[in-house]
Design a protein around this ligand. Sequence first.
Ligand SMILES: [Mg+2]
Length: 354
Amino acid sequence: MNSLRLHWVQIPLHEPFRIANGSVGVKDAIVVEFTRDGITGWGEASPMAGSFYSEETPESTWDALLHMAPAVMRNPDADLDTLIAGEAFAKAGLTGALVDCHVRGLGMPLYEWLGSSFRAVPSGAAIGLYDTVEELLERVGRLVADGYQRVKIKIKPGWDVTPVARIREKYPDLPLMVDANAAYSLADLEVFRELDRFGLMMYEQPFARNDLAGLAELSRSVRTPVCADESADSLEMLEEIIRLGAARIINIKIQRVGGIRKARRMYQRATEAGLPCWIGTMPELGIASLEALHLATLPNCVYPTDVEASERWYVDDVVDPPLGLAAGGNLEPRACVVNPEKLARYRIQHEEIR
Ligand SMILES: [Mg+2]
């Protein structure tokens, strides 16, 4: 007999995460537990609270999962896009659980099902906005000491060239990149021309999601590669990015594109177009982070992932053991083991569909 359980959990962050358009202090996630013929698969739908990165919220994602659940119970192979429009996070959580159940039934690791093979994945640390450069430098120092293989800082108008210059002064060889979360436009071209001298790995999403023409113009005007993040939210947008030359690197996020199957297809298309990839995060708890690590083993994922150790942001995690950095600043893909006691401890809402 099939069953589907939804567990809405909230895990506090060590410190609030700040980007150009807001701040959050608790991590919401909806854990999807799907059991078929005695085999249980786990997925995670992981929107941030308050439309932080996306239109989707934990509330809308919860409702979308409840909406799709009966049809999925009748037919686990149903095309989720025919059940509800949008709701990428809910689809990512549901697809994650269905695929996990499927690969467990085959006795196959997820990376193998994806057509990849085992490897450790270099982990990069992402740093939010700070009030002072001193605080930022202190944080960079700590993360470099922890072993992260690159550092990404968030930038916004008024917080860009100076923090980058100060980090470079102290860490001339650190693999470093900036993420603007769409906070600039082509009118700010001069900022990116100035940043060009710091040897950054990439400029992540400098302009608005739909400003592909602007991104293409920027790409042609600077040496540092432009990376599409918010823009790369579907296969259709990826086609436009390729057609216009709007980015030279693609950040693939399983949650944003609506699940592991779509993420795999986008990886394939980007690879065919000669665009190197890496796997980003929203960020997620351990279930979705492990799924991301399996995807990140694919050979054209050539930049460090944004997946970090569990303790980087969260006071706890629902997986056993929590994700930890291995030697050399790597994370390793493994099967997901959910801790039922922790699931119960952090749960704020629960629903079972039979
Ligand atoms: Mg980003």
